[in-house]
Ligand binder design. Structure first.
Ligand code: UDP
Ligand code: MG
Length: 322
């Protein structure tokens, strides 16, 4: 086996058979054009993580690997989700630097050269920031925006706004993330916790080249049903929503009772205030129980200590020794 590559791309793919050939054409062109400051070609590898694809994704990767052995893959035993797929990629990438990138070319590969420049200047994390999100739908932009705000308000580990998973990570950062034991692999949170010298590069997020987003609402719904039957923390968590609804209902009812009392007078003294208090407090109590349930549910998942992903097959990479 030759020297470690300077650059590993990790590409999580779920049902992306049509996206892979154009991705490989464009990305290999960009990677082969990269030069070190000494003018040498940059050694690279592309590591696909097949996240339980149901279509010919693996065959498309296989075809790429046959043409160019620097294209390798691991195939997971089922769909574990993008975060778990990225963890699998980080575990198997060999590069001195690692760049997770989407296969749909929404992350322009041309930015990688600039990321490497920043890295050579001494930055250990170079994250890509989307200059505009106009290619995302309005509800997606809105929910993403709200999410970043809520996260950064509640958490000490700030996530850079509009930064995706597309970023360059130094080997040291990769090892820190790999050493994190938790099952919940919310990558942006892990990156934020890790620290290190970080800097941003800016890019325009393109339209998805081919195929459709793998994060549609139907998928989220299916995910919820899967969650209910497998992990079954939902019976705990659902109380947040019920409690919230009751609290909102109680508030509305309070306004109704107040208005009625003002307009028509008191029928039974103290009735209105009592009802309001009982209903509102009942709602709040259920809400807080629900929040407890959220955390207990997560503790349950973590204590099971199951692997984050299961590898079914490796293409072009040796079994992991460590
Ligand atoms: N992806 C994955 N597992 C999943 C869902 C998505 O590996 O369960 C991959 C997908 O193939 C793509 C990347 O994650 O390479 C980003 O997905 P997508 O483009 O659908 O997300 P969006 O850009 O709409 O947020
Ligand atoms: Mg996309």
């Amino acid at each position: 086996m030759n020297d470690l590559p300077l650059l590993s791309l990790i590409v999580p793919v779920k049902d992306e058979e049509e996206a892979i050939p154009p991705f490989l054409t464009r990305i290999t062109g960009v990677l082969d054009a990269l030069r070190t400051p000494e003018g040498a070609a940059v050694e690279w590898e592309i590591l696909f993580v097949d996240d339980g694809s149901q279509d010919a994704t693996l065959a498309a990767i296989m075809a790429g690997h046959t043409r160019d052995p620097r294209i390798a893959a691991i195939s997971l035993s089922r769909n574990f989700g993008k975060e778990a797929a990225l963890s699998a990629g980080l575990d198997h990438a060999r590069g001195v630097t690692v760049v997770p990138i989407d296969v749909d070319m929404q992350d322009p590969p041309e930015v990688i050269g600039e990321m490497l420049d920043r890295w050579r200047e001494g930055h250990e994390v170079v994250y890509g920031v989307r200059r505009n999100r106009m290619t995302d739908s309005f509800p997606k932009r809105l929910t993403a925006d709200l999410y970043y705000r809520a996260h950064n308000w509640l958490s000490d580990d700030k996530i850079p706004e509009h930064a995706g998973d597309f970023r360059l990570l130094d080997r040291r950062v990769v090892e820190v993330i790999r050493a994190m034991p938790e099952r919940n692999r919310f990558m942006k949170g892990l990156f934020a916790w890790g620290g290190f010298r970080q800097t941003a590069v800016y890019y325009d997020r393109a339209e998805r080249a081919v195929g459709t987003t793998k994060f549609n609402y139907l998928k989220l719904w299916k995910l919820a049903v899967d969650g209910l039957t497998s992990a079954s923390t939902v019976p705990l968590r659902v109380w947040s929503y019920i409690g919230g609804a009751i609290a909102v209902g109680a508030l509305a009812y309070a306004f109704f009772l107040i208005a009625r009392t003002i307009l028509y007078g008191v029928d039974v003294a103290g009735y209105a205030s009592m009802m309001v208090a009982v209903l509102f407090l009942g709602g709040i109590q259920l809400l807080s129980l629900g929040v407890l349930g959220e955390y207990i549910g997560r503790i349950l998942v973590e204590t099971k200590r199951r692997p984050i992903y299961v590898v079914r097959e490796r293409i072009g990479i040796a079994d992991k020794e460590d």
